[in-house]
Design a protein around this ligand. Structure first.
Ligand code: ADP
Ligand code: ASP
Ligand code: MG
Length: 813
């Protein structure tokens, strides 16, 4: 004998039921087939009853939906000739159901007892139609009502099974049953008096397990909509993998902590008889699935799965009067049990100063009222505080038989959650040490599951989730590089970098699985109107682990949002200099936020584009070196201008050429005034550990005051013509001494300045070509011969690669 159970999705419609028939008909052995209600019908029935009890006529609408689902199945599963017979049988059942609902509607209330009657219709109807379909397809099948097999007490809604009576009934029936296939509705049962009861939501699994044990089945197959028991719920964790083999205890623990694929009581009946359970996918029957048996020795693994339960509340009883007083816990737990509330998790501090339990949100009002009443006297005399309630929480649990013999798992669990800014409200470790549970905010469930899954099951691959703002020259190059390097990063660096959101000044777009970078322009065009606030709130709402905000703009309002990202543990990578060159206090507070929230704030490209200047400086500082002096040429634009201003051209023409070739900002005064260079030396000084403001930087402007005061490009260029002879003079003075003009930034003795200098032959700056940058660091370790970094310091390609490098640094963080 075999027992097969098909869940709600597996029997949701005619097409799926045909797949079920194919699977069942492949069995040679006699088979018990337990079926759920058509997917979603149980919820519809409960909704209908709820509305009826609230005097809302909407229940009739739901009733017609239920009718339509079943009529549709009849039309698609059976030959026309037998439609009317089947329809009238279903109609007559639905009429009885309607009468029950009308009753609730008329008296405006419901009971658990009525609810069990109503909700049973789902399984009663599905099992009827499925058994008729089997027969119509020529299988030797019979329908047996579960109420005649499974006997329970009268705890309506979640009745307890009377195993000895049940086993007797089952044995008696099968003794005289010669049909090859016996279809039984799951979930439904009855008291000894024949009153309808049910086994709790998800209870069809339990029905199947009871029947498997009672019939001594060689195997219990649970057919569902996933290919087995996964390392985490595959609907929430994309990377989850199917576990091939797991022990009864592990499966029970995982299901107890929320792995809905198996209803927790299911294991108990088959455990003693050691009947193996296999979880299989109705839609991919060729997949192996998961085998659940007695002992698997963990197959060498420690953590076998991660599960969660949402909608949890914590109740804490605290107070000075609890210490050393026996019996408080007993009274506390008795109170909870008397009102029929089940405790999901318990923690007690060793000081005995508090007891804390996790229960379902729905029970919290009742439970807190009952506990406050039970300790009324102690509360009034201030020995114990009124019970503390925290709601909207969830439990996340690591499960594995072998966890007990390994140290450091809880440390890894807590640090992974901590790094991702998931606040842990309570912790419990079962005495069996088969699980470690943490209570966290409900909103963090998905992030916590994914982060833990990454830490325990994908030690090799880390996922980075990028949100890119600005896709002009630099941004589009970055996206191109990310696309090109995607497989390399995954293979060589074990980083899976996905771009989840993109925005420019007009549009923004998000795709949860990652945007296809070969076609991001079209995707962005189809997005919504860009809005800074909406962008950040969407990122917060997605609440992904390892989230990185990338700013490719030069925009002050974008720079003003960094703190908001960091406070939510979202890292920031930026080429925008505004934040780091703003008031020192702002720069400092961003760095502090980054530390506090474990979210790196990286801005390598603020100085020298892709050159590793800030990163090198950071390594000098952390290893204990001290910066004494910095000399640098940091403006690609100014370097271009002074390399081409050679006595044969006018200064005006060179600047014009630089502007036309894109070496300067559209407004060339930003470069020529030296402000951009001043910002860069400011950032270098700050990163060296000095407290400086932009106004502290001496700016020896080489442009006449009149040029700086102009308010149009045309007026600016006119002043260059007007002062041409001054520029020529500067050039000639330098050339006569064999020097070249370079715009130099310098920091020494705590002071910084920027300005034009005459650089003699032989100096490190003399031969600086094109738009290159160079930085000389004189430090305690490099006192005479400076540490030199030199190379292309401008351009979209190198800037994008600098941003890319910052992203990879976060990946390795
Ligand atoms: P059925 O209707 O077949 O009984 P359920 O919806 O009750 O199916 O259970 C299957 C669902 O359990 C899956 O679709 C999946 O979302 C969920 N689930 C939760 N945790 C796990 C897990 N660890 N492995 C597999 N599925 C899981
Ligand atoms: N139909 C019931 C439910 O949805 C039982 C089950 O499917 O296991 O809870
Ligand atoms: Mg189920």
């Amino acid at each position: 004998m075999k027992t097969l159970k098909f869940g709600g999705t597996s029997v949701a419609n005619a097409n799926n039921i045909k797949l079920v028939k194919d699977i069942v008909s492949q069995n040679q052995a006699p088979t018990v087939v337990v079926v759920s209600a058509f997917g979603g019908v149980t919820d519809l029935l409960l909704n209908a009853l709820d509305l009826a009890a609230k005097n809302e006529i909407g229940y009739k609408e739901i009733l017609s939906q239920i009718e339509e689902r079943h009529f549709n199945a009849i039309k698609l599963l059976f030959p026309v000739a037998i439609h009317s017979g089947l329809i009238s049988k279903v109609k007559s059942e639905l009429n009885d159901l309607e009468t029950l609902l009308e009753g609730a509607f008329l008296i405006g209330e419901t009971t658990q007892r009525l609810s069990d009657k109503v909700v049973s219709y789902g399984e009663l109807l599905s099992s009827y139609l499925i058994s008729e379909h089997f027969k119509a397809e020529g299988l030797d099948a019979i329908l047996k009502n579960g109420r005649e097999l499974i006997i329970t007490n009268d705890n309506f809604g979640n009745a307890s099974v009377n195993f000895s009576k049940t086993n007797e009934q089952v044995a008696a029936f099968f003794e005289n049953n010669s049909h090859k296939i016996t279809v039984v509705p799951g979930f439904v049962a009855a008291t000894e008096d024949g009153d309808a009861t049910t086994l709790g939501r998800g209870g069809s699994d339990f029905t199947a397990a009871i029947l498997a044990a009672a019939t001594n089945s060689e195997i219990l197959e649970i057919w569902t909509d996933v290919s087995g028991m996964y390392t985490a719920n595959p609907k929430l964790v994309k990377q989850a993998k199917c576990v091939a083999h797991i022990s009864y205890e592990e499966a029970m623990e995982l299901s107890h902590f929320g792995a809905k694929v198996l209803y927790p009581p299911t294991i108990q009946p088959v455990l003693n008889k050691e009947i193996p359970i296999v979880i299989k996918n109705t839609f991919e029957p060729e997949q192996e699935g998961t085998l659940i048996t007695k002992n698997t020795n963990g197959e060498g693994k420690t953590v076998r799965g991660i599960s969660h339960i949402g909608n949890i509340s914590l109740l804490s009883l605290e107070g000075p009067g609890m210490v050393g007083i026996p019996g408080i816990s007993k009274r506390f737990f008795e109170t909870i049990s008397q009102i029929g509330v089940s405790v999901v998790l318990i923690t007690q501090a060793s000081s005995e100063h508090s007891i804390c339990i996790g229960i379902a949100d729905k029970d919290v009002a009742n439970a807190s009222k009952a506990v406050n009443l039970a300790f009324e006297y102690e509360i009034a005399s201030k020995k114990i505080h009124p019970v503390k309630v925290e709601t909207d929480l969830a439990i996340v649990a690591l499960v594995g038989d072998n966890m007990k013999s390994h140290q450091g798992l809880s440390g890894k669990m807590f640090s992974t959650l901590g790094k991702n800014n998931v606040n842990i409200r309570a912790i419990a470790q079962g005495a069996s040490e088969r699980n470690i549970s943490t209570v966290i905010d409900k909103k963090d469930i998905k992030k916590a599951l994914n982060a833990l899954h990454e830490a325990f099951f994908e030690e090799n691959i880390k996922q980075l989730n990028l949100f890119v703002m600005g896709c002009g020259n630099v941004g589009s190059k970055l996206l191109q590089q990310l696309q090109q390097q995607h497989s390399y990063l995954k293979k060589e660096l074990k980083l899976n970098v996905r771009v989840i959101g993109i925005a420019n000044s007009r549009k923004m777009v998000f795709q949860e699985g990652g945007i296809d970078l070969s076609n991001w322009q079209d995707t962005l065009d189809s997005g919504t109107i860009a809005n800074q606030e909406a962008f950040i709130s969407k990122i917060k709402e997605l609440n992904y682990r390892n989230s990185i905000f990338v700013d490719n703009t030069a925009n002050a309002t974008v720079a003003a949002t960094y703190s908001d990202y960091l406070k939510n543990s979202i890292s920031v990578v930026t080429c925008n200099k505004i934040a780091c060159s703003s008031e020192y206090q702002n720069y400092l507070s961003l760095k502090q936020l980054a530390k506090k929230y474990n979210a790196p704030f990286l801005f390598e490209t603020n100085v020298g584009a892709g050159l590793p200047i800030l990163d090198t400086l950071k390594h000098l500082i952390v290893s204990g070196d001290k910066v004494k002096k910095i000399q640098a040429v940091l403006s690609g634009s100014l370097n271009f201008v002074f390399n081409n201003f050679n006595g044969e051209t006018t200064f005006h023409d060179v600047v014009k050429q630089a502007q036309e070739q894109g070496y300067t900002e559209p407004d060339p005064t930003i470069d020529l005034s030296g402000i951009d260079v001043a910002r860069k030396i400011l950032i270098l000084a700050r990163e060296s550990g000095y407290h400086l403001e932009l106004t502290d930087i001496e700016n020896e402007a080489f442009l006449p005051e009149e040029s700086l005061q102009t308010n149009s490009n045309e007026a600016f260029f006119n002043t260059l013509v007007k002062y041409e002879s001054d520029f020529q003079k500067r050039y000639k003075n330098a050339a006569d001494k064999g020097c070249k003009l370079k715009y130099v930034a310098q920091f020494e003795n705590g002071k910084a300045k920027v300005g034009l200098q005459e650089i003699p032959q032989g100096h490190d700056f003399y031969n600086l070509e094109g738009s290159d940058n160079i930085v000389l660091f004189y430090t305690e370790r490099y006192p005479q011969q400076p540490l030199i970094i030199k190379g292309a310091g401008a351009g979209a390609d190198v800037t994008a690669s600098g941003i890319f490098a910052d992203i990879v640094r976060i990946g390795n963080f």
